[in-house]
Design a protein around this ligand. Sequence first.
Ligand code: HEC
Length: 125
Amino acid sequence: MKKCCSLLAIIFLSVHCTKSKVPVPIAPFSPAPSNCQLADSISYIQTISPILNANCNSCHQYPGAGSISLDSYSNTRIFAQSGQLVQAIIHDPNYVIMPPPPHKELDSCEIKAIKLWVLQGCQDN
Ligand code: HEC
């Protein structure tokens, strides 16, 4: 009987522990470079594509890690519009952190550029 109860306790505790949300620390993002100057209208070609090529496309070139490719406008737009692109780079705990540690996270200027580009409707410019 005792054995059975401690077994139940162990099962309960392990289920409980895997389900409880471990708070994810806010990532220590690199400070925005003082020269973070973004155009009013963020350009995919001039701004977004170079950030993705430098930081993401070693893994996300078609077909891409996790079937996510960020190497063309049309592929990138899919994940931008789904919300995954921004949520992954701002380290939303419901998404996989991107780039995965120990890779260097984007700096806040790059994150701002991507957020703005998405907010502006993912322009193909
Ligand atoms: C070292 C390889 C690597 C790098 C670099 C990388 N990723 Fe990923 N990424 C992955 C893998 C692997 C997955 C799939 C993870 C999974 O499904 O558990 C993934 C998943 C994702 C997802 C889906 C996340 C979700 O929870 O839905 C997005 C969006 C993403 N990556 C964007 C990016 C962006 C943007 C960058 C660059 C800033 C980047 N990744 C850099 C390997 C990488």
